[in-house]
Design a protein around this ligand. Structure first.
Ligand code: ATP
Ligand code: MG
Length: 355
């Protein structure tokens, strides 16, 4: 197949890790007989430096015309001045909005070889493989807010709202992903106290019964889910939840594998291009040293193949190659725990070799 892919390398280690993920995508393309074309565009601090705008119009146009976007990372101390007119992170928020991305996907998968890096015991964590769908554009973060009164009586409020349409579209995406996996979906809410959660639960249950009767569906309260992630993470396959609960639960879950440098994420909308990136930031402390772990970005590239191009075999091949590299004992410094470490390029070359 032909695909037009946009790279947004961004700041810090972003350019180093996206370059390696690109090599992996090129390799997969030639191996499986696909034609991928790549173009690189500016976002974040580097875009502020060159044109004063963290998301130039040219970048937006290129992303909209693409089949999928692979992003490195944005931000760094150089652009942290709070009095600055704009910030690198604004570029990321704007591109999500421009592309209509409403679902954030975060796989929490533990590679067997890294089980000992997890803060949880092997018997609890081994085999964990969860895919979170967090709603990204609604809920309390976008609700009306305000303050009134003064002194001890000063009061602040923020409202939480979800519409049936907003719940339906993300539940459908999550249910489709479940069908490609273990065929199980868990919806997380706080329906015992919150009205938007009652609408969420009711809508999710209806969509699942009407459109996905084959997918095993259950509902869990968010407080209980916070516990289950620690005491029985293996029991979950695909999890769908709102913006606030998803923010908290995915950060909690991202600690389970014990290494930030291994976790990819994706943001999807309806139809248009998806945006794929590592969950870690621009790591300014190690930028330019050639030691960053490229695996999260390489795994983000695998997600791109799976979710935007429907190339599941190709995605599986990349994930298997990453597993093989780890099984062979290769580690970048973030994973090496004082042992022998290899650099960014050596790591991606090892992945290419196992492909
Ligand atoms: P942001 O605000 O952009 O999310 P952050 O302050 O959360 O950034 P990161 O940039 O994610 O932080 O880095 C946190 C720590 O993890 C740093 O010490 C960084 O060097 C390390 N780190 C992050 N990503 C990687 C990677 N791919 N390889 C090795 N180390 C990494
Ligand atoms: Mg951070």
């Amino acid at each position: 197949m032909k695909a037009n892919l946009v790279l947004l390398p961004g700041d810090g280690i972003g350019p180093e890790i996206t370059a390696e993920a690109k090599r992996v995508l090129e390799n997969v393309a030639s191996r499986f007989g696909h034609e991928f074309t790549f173009s690189s565009h500016q976002i974040g601090g580097i875009a502020i430096d060159s044109c004063g705008d963290p998301l130039p119009a040219e970048t937006i146009d290129a992303c909209k015309a693409s089949d999928a976007v692979l992003l490195g990372a944005v931000g760094g101390p150089k652009w942290d001045d709070p009095s600055a007119k704009t910030r690198p992170e604004v570029g990321l928020l704007k591109i999500r909005k421009e592309l209509g991305l409403f679902a954030n996907l975060r796989p929490i998968r533990l590679f067997d070889e890294l089980v000992d890096a997890s803060p949880l015991k092997r018997e609890i964590i081994e085999g964990t493989d969860i895919l979170f769908f967090r709603e990204l554009t609604g809920g309390i973060y976008f609700g009306d807010s305000g303050r009134s009164g003064s002194g001890a009586g000063e009061t602040a409020f923020q409202s939480m709202a979800y519409s049936v349409m907003e719940v339906e579209r993300i539940v459908r995406l999550a249910a489709k992903a479940a069908q490609q996996r273990d065929n199980r979906l868990t919806s997380v809410d706080k329906a015992n106290v919150l009205e938007p959660s009652r609408l969420w639960r009711q809508t999710a249950a209806r969509v699942m019964a009407e459109e996905f009767p084959d997918v095993k569906f259950d509902v869990v309260l968010v407080d209980a889910m916070a516990m289950h992630l620690i005491n029985r993470p293996r029991d979950f396959d695909v999890v769908v939840t709102g913006n606030l609960f998803g923010d908290i639960l995915t950060d909690e879950a991202s600690m389970l594998p014990g290494s930030l440098g291994m976790l990819p994420s994706a943001s999807l909308g309806e139809g248009g291009p998806g945006l794929y990136e590592p969950i870690h930031g621009s790591a300014p402390d190690i930028a330019g040293k050639g030691i960053a772990n490229p695996l999260a970005t390489i795994l983000a590239a695998a997600m791109l193949l799976r979710h935007s191009l429907s190339l599941a075999d190709e995605a599986d091949a990349i994930e298997a190659a990453v597993g093989k590299v780890l099984a062979d004992g290769l580690r970048t410094s973030d994973l090496a725990r004082g042992g022998k470490a290899i650099g960014t390029k050596e790591m991606s070359e090892a992945v290419l070799d196992r492909l």
